[in-house]
Design a protein around this ligand. Structure first.
Ligand code: NAD
Length: 325
């Protein structure tokens, strides 16, 4: 039997804190060498791109493949979202597919969770910190949830280039998290934050890196192609740079690839992978004034670990529909 989980099913069982905890284990496995993470495979049918993201985590017993498609004309021509994702979970012992679940909400939560995880290990630890979120879309909301879970924020700022969307974000997220959230275009306010998340669709740098305050922690999650970047060279150079995966960053992240190509930094500017920080192989923050920067491109281990978590919770609670294929 295969368990089918809709977006609503996934939403009803997936909590940010649990997701941060399983990602902690998944990145530990990646650092220890017990994870299998092939590079994602891309196919370009007419009108879009289909990405296949498999990963196996031995100790977590999690084997899954996410299929994500990006079809830019979907909303106008077919009344469908641009990005569609499904995750197929397998039993590693038999290979049998045990669950097929919606991947949209799961992707947003696991992307927020990896920023929460990086924040937990890299941000300063003093209480009452503030956050600034660039972008007010789907990912941005989960970024705020993820960092709030890691540091119990006292206040958050949000900025988006589309008028009104930051205001709507502020109302929704203030209610969800129980903290003040202020929509603003004031860069000084945004860059005075202790924790900054960039979760926009911008291909160009979105703030002046010289204005980020000392001691800040940044999570950059929006851009993930060689020619696009949300972060300027100044902030990359000022920061201790931590990658979700060094290999991924050097093949997908314009934030680091563009300054590398221009000869403004060298590849050894990447201080560590997140897993190396978690396992203590590489040092995290060493001072209150250091700026730390975590760059996420999104890894299939995040999807496999999160899908296993969702499946176990749904099975325990009797959520979803079982079918025989
Ligand atoms: N790292 C990962 O694992 C991961 C996972 C999923 C999505 N993403 C990426 O995250 C980005 C955001 O995804 P989403 O689903 O939230 O998209 P979305 O379209 O819902 O939101 C993006 C928002 O960014 C805003 N924006 C664009 N340029 C801006 C600028 N210069 N300043 C402020 N706001 C700006 C847009 O107005 C929009 O509201 C995309 O680039 C997506 O590919 C990354």
């Amino acid at each position: 039997m295969v368990l089918i989980l809709t977006k609503e099913d996934v939403m009803s069982v997936l909590e940010m804190k649990d997701c941060i905890d399983v990602l902690d284990k998944a990145f530990t496995e990646l650092a220890k060498g017990t994870a299998v993470l092939p590079l994602r495979i891309g196919i370009r049918p007419p009108g879009g791109i289909a990405l296949y993201m498999p990963a196996y985590l031995k100790e977590m017993n999690a084997l899954a493949c996410k299929i994500v498609t990006v079809y830019k004309d979907n909303p106008n021509k077919h009344d469908l979202p641009t990005t569609i994702g499904k995750v197929l979970l397998q039993d590693p012992k038999t290979g049998e597919v045990t669950c097929i679940m919606d991947g949209g909400y799961l992707t947003a939560v696991r992307t927020g969770a990896v920023s929460g995880l990086a924040t937990k290990y890299l941000a300063r630890e003093d209480p009452g910190q503030t956050a600034a979120i660039y972008g007010a879309g789907v990912q941005a909301k989960m970024q705020l949830w993820g960092v709030h879970e890691a540091r119990s924020l006292s206040k958050a700022y949000v900025h988006d280039k589309i008028p009104g969307s930051a205001e709507a974000f502020a109302v929704e997220m203030s209610e969800k998290l129980g903290i003040p959230v202020e929509a603003t275009d004031d860069q000084d306010k945004l860059l005075s934050a202790d924790i900054i998340c960039t979760a926009t669709s911008s291909p160009e740098p979105i703030f002046d890196g010289s204005k980020v305050k000392e001691g800040a922690h940044i999570n950059g999650i929006g851009s993930h192609s060689p020619n696009a970047r949300e972060l300027d060279t100044v902030i990359v150079k000022r920061s201790k740079f931590i990658a979700d995966s060094r290999e991924g960053c050097l093949s997908e992240a314009g934030d680091i690839m563009i300054p590398l190509e221009k000869g403004e930094i060298t590849a050894d500017h990447i201080h560590a992978d997140l897993g190396e920080i978690i396992t203590g192989t590489k040092e995290a923050r060493t001072s209150q004034s250091e700026i730390t920067l975590f760059k996420s491109n999104g890894l299939a281990i995040q999807d496999s670990a999160t899908a296993k978590l969702v499946y176990e919770k749904a099975s325990e609670l009797g959520i979803g529909t079982e079918i025989s294929i």
